[in-house]
Design a protein around this ligand. Structure first.
Ligand code: HEM
Length: 502
């Protein structure tokens, strides 16, 4: 019966006159998507063939892949109440209830969390974090000083910097990870990114055979409760389990939370801002739009701090890397930025939020980097929580909408008349469609850390460009070979730094 349902399911898009590649029996398009070296390039390739709205199947679930900005404006903004959540794989679904974070939470649980967390990233709060960021950037600058005009991979340093910033600003922990290559925090954090959850066997299995989800969920829940019991009964034996990187990090956060609660000492960091709204009481969500509570459960605090680390580390370091690549290959753009930086900041002054905000060309430059270089092919998804009609298309409950951001960012109708394949920061001076630019997503569920990330990118580039000229290394282009897991990263950014005369 399942196979028969599957067969008829594959006519879903055909019946709606939506084009798309032919699905493979049993797998849909999943086999192609999980084996392709680049998810986002495959999606873009199909966009060129089938147009701005086409259909795919992840196993049995229909997914609209969309680069039509009017359609996306309905989904992400105008009809947000029908598309308030992302597509979660079943491991995330297990963590729903208390353990969900902002990325995976649904409906009112998400609304409550976002309501509490939004104020954490206001301009005022970010200003209080500039000294912490400056301190981390200062450590990186000392490391850069040791490179002595020799070729080196600056991306490795950016990863240490952004991880250091997150540990400082989110958890309030000073780990010295930029100086110590074997630092345990750094090693565990890096190990966390080595696995792409979507490629874990049981996640693939649950997507292809969703009827197995209740059984798989029971198996996982039993395993969790056995591990928990063994942890109390045989703590020594459980040492290896504690060593799983994600669990190790979550444990560190739990320890910091406990320590803060016992000492009562206040800190200037994201964790403190969330702890101010935290409770151990059970939080009940209502079905109505009324927010019943403006609190976070302590478990949610821990899971969100962990999320900030995941969401803020590789994305920001990767965009620093791409920015540096552009600067190493475009000395004209580098000169313009240096002139602006020198006009706005001298080394004996504190580099604060206002000085960064005054740099207009820096803003245009970063925008263009974020337009041209893809970060993730999969971050901006929504799932329909009720049936609705979008631009004349009948969308059933449970359909996934994936925004094909790369195709949008290279669409000449949205970004012309200049060729979208050419790096031109000034193109951002022209007013564009509100959905033409979405590196951080759009609408109420966009990236909550956007301003934090922009501040970090601008502060870091300001400091580097004020002191150095960035020159291409002989291996610059080889290092730019891209690889893709959840996000698209270069292998290395090989450059040389030459001290500037002031
Ligand atoms: C250049 C750096 C970054 C990029 C390109 C980026 C990009 C994104 C994108 C595309 C989304 C999905 C938005 C959507 O579905 O509409 C997202 C969500 C999110 N990002 Fe970022 N991000 C960056 C940095 C950060 C940082 C530094 C943090 C935290 C400190 C962060 C925290 C989050 C969170 C919590 C969400 C989920 C928001 C929600 O569902 O309410 N991100 N990000």
């Amino acid at each position: 019966a399942y196979l028969w349902t599957l067969k008829s399911r594959y006519h879903y898009f055909e019946r709606r006159n939506i084009p798309g590649p032919r699905p493979k029996f049993f797998f849909g398009h999943y086999l192609t998507l999980w084996s392709t070296p680049s998810y986002s390039r495959t999606i873009q390739g199909w966009n060129r063939k089938y147009g701005p709205i086409y259909g795919l199947f992840e196993g049995t679930r229909p997914m609209y892949v969309v680069s039509d900005v009017e359609f996306l404006q309905e989904v992400f903004i105008k009809q947000f109440s029908s598309f308030h959540s992302r597509r979660n794989h079943f491991l995330q679904a297990i963590l729903q209830k208390k353990g969900a974070n902002l990325f995976s939470a649904k409906a009112n649980q998400w609304r409550r969390q976002r309501h509490v967390i939004n104020p954490t990233f206001t301009t005022l709060k970010l200003k209080t974090m500039t000294p912490l960021m400056n301190k981390c950037i200062e450590s990186m600058m000392s490391k850069l000083n040791e490179t002595n005009c020799k070729e080196f991979n600056i991306y490795a340093m950016y990863k240490r910097l952004t991880m250091d910033v997150i540990w400082h600003c989110a958890f309030g922990i000073d780990t010295d990870m930029q100086n110590d290559i074997n630092n345990i925090y750094m090693q565990k954090s890096m190990a966390c990114f080595a696995t792409d959850a979507e490629k874990v066997f049981i996640v693939k299995l649950s997507n292809v055979m969703p009827f197995l989800i209740p059984l798989l969920t029971r198996v996982i829940n039993i395993r969790i409760s056995v591990v928990n019991q063994l942890r109390t009964l045989l703590p020594k034996l459980m040492h290896d389990v504690e060593d799983i990187p994600a669990l190790w990090i979550i444990k560190q956060v739990e320890n910091v939370v406990k320590e803060r609660l016992t000492s009562g000492k206040r800190h200037v960091d994201l964790l403190q801002l969330m702890l101010d709204a935290a409770t151990y009481d059970e939080i009940k969500e209502h079905d109505t739009d009324e927010l019943t509570s403006k609190h976070l459960h302590y478990t949610e605090v821990v899971m969100n701090v962990f999320l900030f680390m995941l969401a803020g580390f590789e994305t920001t370091s990767t965009f620093l890397a791409y920015s540096t690549y552009v600067l190493a290959t475009r000395s004209d753009i580098q000169n313009k930025l240096q002139i602006e930086i020198d006009e706005n900041w001298q080394e004996d002054q504190e580099l604060d939020y206002e000085k960064i905000a005054d740099m207009e060309y820096m803003d245009l430059f970063i925008r263009e980097v974020l337009r041209m270089y893809r970060s993730s092919g999969r971050a901006s998804t929504r799932i329909s929580n009720q049936a609705t009609t979008i631009c004349g298309h009948q969308i059933d409950e449970g359909c996934v909408i994936l925004a094909d951001v790369a195709s949008i960012h290279y669409n000449v109708d949205l970004w012309g008349p200049e060729d979208p394949n050419v790096f031109i920061p000034e193109r951002h001076k022209t007013k564009r469609h509100p959905l033409a630019y979405m590196p951080f997503g759009v609408g109420p569920r966009n990236c909550v850390g956007m301003r934090f990330a922009l501040m970090e990118l601008k502060m870091c580039l300001t400091r580097v460009l004020h002191k150095y000229n960035i020159l291409p290394g002989t291996n610059l282009d080889i290092g730019m070979t891209r690889q893709e897991s959840f996000i698209v990263t270069p292998e290395a950014i090989n450059i040389r730094l030459e001290k500037r005369e002031h």
